[in-house]
Design a protein. Structure first.
Length: 366
């Protein structure tokens, strides 16, 4: 049977998303007792105890479907952010909200502009959806080239995705840059700003986009509980936009797209939002420490506003990451992101994990 002929254009040419190797797989393959994963920008701190007990309690209810409208979660988050509940849409990770956006907006022949050196899911999702991706290079400082992205917009452009701060570079665009960009984009084009790492940012000129929603109805913000809130395994993300836009998006999502345990966990995270600053400070301390240590080892370190760090070296990143793997440290080589042969992204771990990474690098480089 010729299955290939059944698929829509774009599917056959798209490679599946390739995540970092799971710890157990590396342990099994290499016979290692201890493996440290610094590859998927997860929070190395586990979920909060209050989140764990809320989920344990909720597990007794999983014979029931979850609330299809995420009513309590929507209400809590709307109060926290001071937005109208109708401005919110939740997804099985912010990944799903992104997928909903592209599916809802783009018809054959139309396109989506994003940065070529950004979150790998953008080209993958666009690839399977009428091959609608239109990638634009970063600027010389590894930042989104917003003027070039605005210039790439044509009559067929439906959506622009701006990742701020950007994965995998950790760089960010300033408030002024982003506002000039919004002013230069036609209002019929939706601008989705992916703020998966929003909470980690400490730069003062980083744009606060929530207040911008009032002036730019074509703006949509994407955020997640996967990173600072340590819920990557439960998959809860959300979009914030104009209520009339969001109400159309709701039509295209699955009825029960955020499961019962995930809704419960996200609500518990909101109830414990006061834990966020401590988490941010601990990440920043380790990020700064890693930047100094990696710099001392001769890496070119790209300044980061996130929970990961991009470094460049003269050696082949593929070989370096393999050598690290054999020492029980998983990091991500960045050739799939088109950032050159020597580029590696290292997620920030706990102090002992970061120290183990630096020690392993010292041994490899010497
Ligand atoms: C820029 C960016 N956006 C979105 C996501 C996905 O987040 P979620 O777990 O909410 O789907 C990630 C995850 O790594 C990311 O780096």
């Amino acid at each position: 049977m010729d299955f290939e002929s059944l698929f829509r254009p774009g599917i056959l040419g798209t490679r599946p998303y390739s995540p970092g190797k799971p710890v157990e797989e590396v342990q099994r393959e290499l016979g290692l007792d201890q493996v440290i994963k610094l590859a998927s920008n997860e929070n190395p701190e586990g979920p909060l105890p209050a989140v764990v007990s809320a989920v344990q309690e909720a597990v007794l209810e999983v014979n029931r479907y979850p609330d299809a409208t995420c009513f309590r979660l929507t209400d809590k988050l709307a109060s926290l952010l001071s937005v109208d509940p109708q401005q919110l849409i939740f997804g099985n990770g912010s990944n799903e909200v992104l997928d909903i956006l592209i599916r809802a907006l783009v018809s054959p022949g139309e396109n989506v502009v994003f940065s070529e050196h950004s979150f790998i899911v953008y080209p993958l999702t666009c690839g399977v959806h009428f091959e609608c991706g239109r990638p634009v290079s970063l600027d010389a400082d590894d930042k989104h080239d917003l003027p070039a992205m605005a210039a790439a917009v044509d009559d067929q452009t439906k959506l622009i995705i701006v990742c701020n701060p950007n994965n995998p570079t950790g760089t960010y665009n300033t408030r002024q840059e982003f506002e000039s960009f919004l002013d230069s984009v036609p209002s019929r084009v939706i601008v989705a700003i992916d703020e998966a790492y929003y909470e980690y940012v400490t730069a003062e000129d980083y744009p606060q986009t929530l207040p911008m929603l009032a002036d730019y109805p074509n703006l949509m913000i994407l955020r997640t509980f996967s990173k600072i809130h340590s819920l990557a395994g439960l998959r809860v993300g959300y979009g914030i936009g104009h209520p009339d836009f969001i109400s159309q998006l709701h039509k295209t999502r699955e009825p029960f797209n955020v499961n019962l345990l995930s809704q419960t966990a996200a609500i518990a995270c909101i109830d414990n939002w006061h834990e966020v600053p401590g988490r941010v400070a601990r990440n920043k301390e380790q990020l700064d420490w890693m930047a100094v240590e990696l710099g001392a080892l001769g890496f070119e370190v790209v300044p980061s506003q996130t929970n990961f760090i991009l470094v460049r070296c003269d050696t082949d990143a593929g070989k370096l990451t393999q050598d690290l793997l054999h020492k029980g440290i998983i990091v991500r080589p960045m050739h799939a992101f088109g950032l050159g042969e020597g580029a590696v992204r290292i997620s920030i771990g706990l102090r002992a994990e970061n120290e183990a990474c630096i020690e392993a690098l010292k041994k490899i480089l010497n």
